[in-house]
Design a protein around this ligand. Sequence first.
Ligand SMILES: Cc1cc2nc3c(=O)[nH]c(=O)nc-3n(C[C@H](O)[C@H](O)[C@H](O)COP(=O)(O)O)c2cc1C
Length: 173
Amino acid sequence: MNQTIETILKRKGVKKYTDQQVSDSDLQVILEAGIAAPSGRNLQARHFTVVQNKELLKEINDGVHTLMNAAPDYVPLYGAPTLIIASAPVDIPHADMDCAVAIENMLIAATSLGLGSRFIVTPTRYIESNPQVKKVLGIPEGYRSVACMILGYDADPSQPPVERNKNVVNFVK
Ligand SMILES: Cc1cc2nc3c(=O)[nH]c(=O)nc-3n(C[C@H](O)[C@H](O)[C@H](O)COP(=O)(O)O)c2cc1C
């Protein structure tokens, strides 16, 4: 099996992170992978916001928790030191997919670099309900946050990827 396929199969959504921050050089590679993703009509209109400010991460984490009326032990950002938010213009059809495929590219890139990551959407609920936070995050005017990922070092690397239901394919030859 080639390395790309191995990386795709190895990727898992990490729920526990160490305090170690991701290096700027790794972050650049990951963002480049996101930017390399396909986009509808090649509009490339999605925008990426990287959040590493601890106070802001806490505010988003706590804001999501309150909005969701979540259980006390639920930590929406799982303690990850980096959050990447993909946003897209409100008036572009399929922009959700543009953001999602970019996030997936970045998850795979992160896995290939030995980093932990997870696709999450809950922060968008808080961000979209809070114009002041949206402004502080620098999300461009006319854009809405669509999909996010958290990034860092896996604090529990022995956890295997979740089982897949493989009975989801049919062929018409
Ligand atoms: C569209 C989408 C939205 C998701 N939103 C969240 C989320 O808000 N919070 C979360 O903890 N996980 C979220 N996940 C992660 C899934 O729960 C996770 O991918 C799934 O359980 C399979 O696990 P895996 O990522 O390890 O393969 C999301 C995944 C996708 C694709």
